[in-house]
Ligand binder design. Sequence first.
Ligand code: EPU
Length: 424
Amino acid sequence: MDKIVIEGGHRLEGKIRINGAKNAALPIMAACLLLHGPSRIKGIPNIVDIRTQIRILENLGGEIQHLEDGSLEIIFRDGENKEKITAPYDLVRKMRASVCVLGPLLSKRGKAKVSYPGGCVIGQRPIDLHLKGLKALGSDIETTEGYVIASASRLKGTRISLKGQYGTTVLGTSNVMSAAVLAEGTTIIDDAACEPEVQDLAHFLNKAGARISGIGSNTLTIEGVKELHGVDYEIIPDRIEAGTFMIAGAITKGEIIMENVRNDHLTATIEKLREIGVEITTNGKHTTVKSNNKYRPADITTTPYPGLPTDMQAQFMALLCTVPGKSVITEKIFPDRFIHSAELRRMGADIQVNVPCATINGTPSLSGTHVMVSDLRAGAGLVLAGLVAKGTTHIHRIYHLDRGYEQIEKRLSQLGANITRVKE
Ligand code: EPU
């Protein structure tokens, strides 16, 4: 196993290009199951979750190739793979997002057998809303031996609400929308997620011949079509990676110029950083994060898009731990997603957690020590804290980070961080 070692205290400066969005790429790759003919998708990041998704799709008969221009070509041959309907436990346990093959498989092959994804350290993560939506479209669903088995001869359009206890569901919306595009008649999804990654999937499907309207709103209308064709498509930039690098610039009081950023997808993150005192400017092509100011503490609440993303919560926590004064974080999506606070405390942070809130009394300096990553974004928060901590921070279990950030240590060291990956 590898670990990351950081000598804190180096100001970050320079240019960085943001990769395509992991959470857009995963369901779009799964949606290729629905298409007739090859698709070439640009901007897919080279990270472990994508490699897991490739294995899942190959297992389902997908032919997947890396092309010279960096795009991924994905082909499913109709008729040849009808009996391949299983996403096995071994692969699904590695990545909960693999559940996004459920809707496309059911729709295209009439049956899907997908290992029931378990909970994880960020929370319970049930899939009841996914199943409710697929049932409403006319499928039979049973759960046996840890697998969800869904079947239907032809799905039928209907009106469905995907509202749950914590708002709507991102991957649930993707699953139901993907299933509905080839259904008979019209489907209306109320309380749909409108995250940019869901919008990207809808744009991809429309380019392939689907008829989805209301994209970007909480009501999606999908008129079923008979067939979809392969397309060339470019994935949106990763707003969470961009937000993470913004905080890397902010926490080190550096200056980072970022390329391939959709600021319109980052409105809540940028507004909150500005409230804290971080300067963020854009000239249309580049976004610059610059930070000479004294920072202010802030109160943060994570909510569905266009609110502040839960996937930025750990990174904001790291930043606020270094800002003197009291900040409060309220986590409205995954109320238990605070495991990183215990590791930040080991670095000298003063954080009290009272679910779903964390109260931070910022201290001017954290100190390096050994810390452990519990999930992808927790890992990002610990790396950010390590960049400013006094002394050396050793970050263990970084396989979580590799799931979602491509070569994070290389890219941060190009910006001036003293960070290396070493074998344990
Ligand atoms: N929920 C239910 N029932 C369901 C589905 C979800 O109650 O059937 C609850 C969840 O327990 C949670 C809330 O609804 O409290 C939102 O969960 P959601 O389904 O939206 O999460 P997800 O689709 O499984 C995606 C991202 C996550 C991100 C969340 C929230 C992907 C691959 N994953 O997960 O990203 O945190 O949306 O925005 O798109 C990450 O990238 O690190 C990550 C965890």
